[in-house]
Design a protein around this ligand. Structure first.
Ligand SMILES: Cc1cc2nc3c(=O)[nH]c(=O)nc-3n(C[C@H](O)[C@H](O)[C@H](O)COP(=O)(O)O)c2cc1C
Length: 356
């Protein structure tokens, strides 16, 4: 027996007719596979408990998760196995709390609304691995540290610190978020995981057999920011949006690291450090993407490689071969000095031409 408790947000105000519709189909479907439970609605949230045989509950939740009438589904509790049903008589008791005047019910409605809201806020600050653990009923605090092979991607906006001194704070923050959105979307679309943001820097990783996908993510981002630059209004930060990527492959320690004040579920090790160091070399080498030989050798797709020569990165005893793509898009890079020159000249030109 499995029991799942979740809250979700209604995509639009929940009418009695909508709830009746859900109740009718739920009673029909759940009755057939002996899933029982309760569905509460109030304000803009749903709260539901589903219990029954594991396969039947998973199947119902899978269908419910795809329903566009709600979103932001947060699993509050997953009990598997559990011995007894809490709602053995209801294939789905459906209750609209808004219509009930009882003071206790209203207090419960307010508490559930607060729970749904605060869970939604916390979820946005929580990395996907932790959300996945919770939705599978795994306590992330108990996840053991393990040594895993990963493809590590480190990305950053070129000269971001410098640019941030020239522009209003809000514009700088929006600019960083724009880049983080583009990069994170590309990483997730290609099967990777965004682990951490550090200002404008991003640490992401992919399964070891996703080397081509990791490269593709970088290429997609480079094309997207090129389009943004081409369409940027004169003198806006987007004109100077260049970024660099370092890609490495190898063992990382994955697990919980931190203090009693804050925990991170992250990856550590030389493979991660080297990705960050490679990324910082992109400005010097004038290439938006630099990768280790091991990454190149693990690719299955026929990329056109550019040998950028041996480099000795900080922490390396000897120099090693590094590569980029023989592609216009990876050559589309600026040094910090070039970006500074471009910012100053554009700002002066704008000042001369702009009446404001
Ligand atoms: C908050 C919420 C809870 C739902 N609960 C159930 C449920 O317990 N059982 C069920 O069969 N459908 C439930 N539904 C409806 C399903 O999402 C889906 O519309 C329905 O099962 C019909 O799916 P079908 O057209 O694929 O057969 C719920 C929908 C929402 C928005």
């Amino acid at each position: 027996m499995k029991r799942i408790t979740y809250v979700s947000r209604a995509s639009k105000p929940i009418s009695q007719a909508t709830l009746d519709e859900i109740a009718t189909i739920s009673i029909q479907n759940n009755g057939r596979v002996n899933v029982t439970g309760i569905l509460l609605s109030g304000g803009d949230f749903f709260f539901q408990i589903l219990e029954g045989e594991e396969e039947a509950v998973d199947c119902a939740l899978d269908r419910i998760s795809k329903d566009s009438r709600h979103c932001e589904i947060q699993i509050l509790k997953l009990e598997n196995p559990t011995l007894n049903r809490q709602f053995p008589d209801w294939s789905m008791q459906t209750v609209r709390l808004d219509d009930m005047n009882d003071a206790l019910v209203q207090a419960a409605r307010v508490m559930l609304a607060n729970l749904a809201e605060s869970r939604g806020i916390l979820a946005r600050y929580t990395q996907p691995t932790i959300r996945n653990f919770l939705s599978q009923g795994i306590n992330p605090l108990k996840a053991p540290c393990q040594l895993e092979d990963k493809v590590v991607l480190f990305g950053d906006i070129a000269a971001f610190d410098l640019l941030s001194t020239f522009y209003p704070t809000e514009e700088v923050a929006e600019h960083a978020s724009c880049f983080l959105e583009i990069l994170s979307t590309a990483v997730v679309r290609n099967g990777g995981e965004v682990n951490k943001y550090m200002g404008s820097k991003v640490l992401a990783y992919f399964p070891i057999n996703h080397v081509d996908q990791a490269i593709r993510s970088c290429v997609e981002v480079l094309h997207a920011i090129k389009t943004l630059r081409a369409n940027a209004a004169q003198c806006r930060l987007r004109n100077f949006l260049y970024c660099g990527f370092g890609l490495t492959l190898g063992p990382v320690i994955e697990g919980n690291f931190g203090s009693s004040f804050k925990l991170d579920y992250t990856i550590l090790g030389n493979t991660v450090n080297m990705a960050a160091r490679l990324e910082s070399m992109t400005r010097l080498k004038g290439r938006a993407l630099l990768l280790e030989e091991s990454v190149k050798n693990a690719c299955r797709e026929a990329w056109r490689w550019e040998d950028v020569g041996p480099l000795q990165l900080k922490g390396q005893a000897t120099s090693s071969p590094y590569f980029s793509l023989e592609d216009e898009i990876t050559h589309d890079m600026r040094s910090v000095d070039e970006i500074l020159e471009q910012v100053v000249s554009t700002t002066e030109e704008h000042r001369r031409n702009c009446p404001c």
